[in-house]
Design a protein around this ligand. Structure first.
Ligand SMILES: CC(C)(COP(=O)(O)OP(=O)(O)OC[C@H]1O[C@@H](n2cnc3c(N)ncnc32)[C@H](O)[C@@H]1OP(=O)(O)O)[C@@H](O)C(=O)NCCC(=O)NCCS
Length: 167
């Protein structure tokens, strides 16, 4: 059964495999941590950075909560919730980031992660969230619509990974 959990050192190997799959496929919509950086000390080394992010203590970074989605011993995905609608969030990264490892896609996990993620968002007293989706990412748009999300607008956007695009 899929569950969203807080980051946990016991899943680091799975997290690294998940990152590697995205890097190997050169996915542009979503760029997880460079797997080359994930070694035996990575989890401890980065823990305080993630803790500070939750408290809004990282300069130029929105308050952000990171979850990992696991199914038993299997690492499936990550889910990120940004609880402030800052300009950076509204015009770029959106309130939610989610993904499913390449080898686990098409099994319903993406839908379930977003469904559970929206419950977590409500737990943070968020009445609304904003997802900024590349117009070519029809899968993610489909999942959002299935869960009752409403298209607000289509606007031109730019970032380093995706270049000029419509979101
Ligand atoms: C978007 C993403 C999370 C979807 O994850 P997933 O686990 O494959 O999603 P699901 O299995 O829940 O499938 C969702 C829907 O897409 C459909 N679908 C899945 N794979 C498909 C494919 N290759 N072609 C067409 N439709 C497909 C499913 O049928 C399902 O629709 P349905 O429930 O109406 O039948 C995943 O593709 C991903 O991680 N992409 C890269 C990161 C990303 O884009 N994140 C979102 C940023 S906004």
């Amino acid at each position: 059964m899929l569950e969203l959990i807080r980051r946990n050192a016991i899943y680091v190997d799975g997290y690294k495999e998940y990152c590697q799959e995205f890097w190997d496929h050169d996915i542009r919509y979503f760029r997880p941590t460079n797997p080359a950086l994930i070694d035996e000390t990575w989890f401890e080394r980065t823990k305080s950075w993630y803790d500070k992010k939750e408290l809004g203590l990282i300069c130029n970074q929105p308050v952000s909560f990171h979850y990992w989605a696991v199914d038993g011993a299997n690492f499936v995905s990550e889910f990120q919730l940004r609880t402030e609608l800052s300009e950076k969030v509204i015009t770029g990264i959106g309130s939610i980031g989610y993904s499913v490892r390449i080898t686990e896609q098409g099994k319903g996990y993406g839908t379930e992660i977003l469904r559970q993620g929206l419950i977590i968002a409500r737990g943070h007293q968020l009445e609304k969230v904003l997802l900024t989706i590349n117009d070519q990412n029809t899968l993610s748009a489909h999942i959002c619509e299935k869960l009752g999300d409403v298209l607000m607008d289509r606007i031109p956007a730019y970032n380093k990974d995706e270049g000029n695009h419509i979101m």
